[in-house]
Write a protein that binds this ligand. Structure first.
Ligand code: SAM
Length: 332
């Protein structure tokens, strides 16, 4: 099977799995200063439960799994989960989104376990600014992790940056230039009004169109068609080795090309990043339901996947919708 189609003919073949809501950074735009109250250990899905869901998902056509969080590398023995998911028939691509703080430490284990790729979130290449944005992160450690991932052959390496006006917007050109001599995929994610939403404001938000114009002051951007690129749109600067991606959560194609379901670390299936609708898989798993019931719930979440997140209207209403679960508790 090649993935179930939802009611809007989008093929759903991608499952993003948040393995923990805990994080070792406190990014200004993602978390409140004092963090969020973490889920209790018993509330988090076990690796066995996650693998069972992935197996049933693979039977429905899920081909791609991404592990995220919180910070996925803070969860004990993540390599075990990686190798278990890699063994699931049908899973073709397994990747991980990380802030990179623990990447150098764990790269050998996770690469050996079969991880295909990593996305590393870096919002500044200025160590002082990086420390401010992440409230204490050490950029050097992350950069060492990045080169360790390269050496381990995890390609392509994607670097995620969230440009925020007045914070790191002045570095966008430097990030874009990185692609000239390296094969990185540098991806700019529109700043979304989710999670720690006291921080979001319209004046900090930068549209993809504005970003593109700024980047095109270096050289023209030519569209690049990537295999199964989902909601990201890719371009190449003339002569560049790497590519530049835009993830336009609030504008452009984000919903039209959405190919994913999200599983939160406490076992809720979210058909859409921004909707409050969740299907409780953990309750079903723990009350001894058979695979057929888990499959029914997975199908249901595809059936009720909304056409769009309706956040086009940037403002207080959008903020309210997303107040309940911060990004670390959904899985970005
Ligand atoms: N800890 C991992 C990391 O840092 O990549 C995975 C979790 S983090 C929530 C996943 C991604 O979501 C990061 O690239 C982060 O920058 C992004 N993110 C978090 N809050 C965001 C927001 N309000 N708008 C846009 N992206 C956001």
């Amino acid at each position: 099977m090649t993935g179930l189609k939802d009611n809007f003919l989008r093929v759903i073949d991608y499952l993003r799995v948040s393995v923990t809501d805990r994080c070792n950074l406190r990014c200004l735009y993602c978390m409140p200063t004092d963090g969020v109250v973490p889920f209790e250990h018993k509330d988090i899905l076990t690796y066995e439960e996650i693998v069972r869901i992935v197996k049933i998902g693979a039977g429905l056509g899920v081909r791609k799994v991404r592990l995220t969080g919180g910070e996925p590398l803070t969860r004990k023995n993540i390599a075990f989960l990686i190798s278990s998911i890699k063994k699931v028939p049908g899973i073709e691509d397994l990747s991980l989104t990380t802030n990179g703080i623990l990447l150098e430490k764990y790269i050998a284990e996770i690469a050996a376990a079969g991880l295909n790729r990593v996305n590393v979130s870096i919002d500044s290449f200025n160590p002082v600014r990086y420390r401010e944005i992440t409230r204490g992160g050490d950029l050097d450690v992350v950069l060492r992790g990045l080169s360790a991932a390269e050496k381990a052959g995890l390609r392509p390496i994607k670097i995620n940056m969230v440009p925020i006006r007045g914070v790191n917007y002045d570095e966008v050109i430097d990030f874009a230039r990185l692609t000239l001599d390296s094969e990185y995929h540098v991806r700019f994610i529109e700043f979304m009004p989710s999670g720690h939403n006291d921080y979001w404001s319209p004046d900090k938000y930068i549209t993809t169109d504005e970003l593109r114009k700024k980047i095109e002051t270096i050289a023209p951007l030519t569209p690049v068609r990537m295999r199964r690129d989902g909601p990201s749109r890719y371009f190449r600067l003339k002569g560049a080795k790497g590519v530049i991606g835009f993830i336009s959560a609030l504008t452009h194609h984000f919903c039209r090309d959405c190919n994913r379901l999200r599983l939160t670390s406490d076992g809720k299936l979210r058909p859409c990043l921004f909707s409050e609708t969740e299907i409780d898989l953990r309750a079903a798993l723990r009350s001894g339901e058979p695979d057929s019931e888990i499959e029914r719930l997975l199908r249901l979440s595809i059936e009720i996947k909304p056409e769009g997140h309706n956040m086009a209207l940037i403002g207080p209403a959008a903020l309210d919708t997303n107040r309940r679960r911060p990004m670390s508790k959904i899985g970005g």
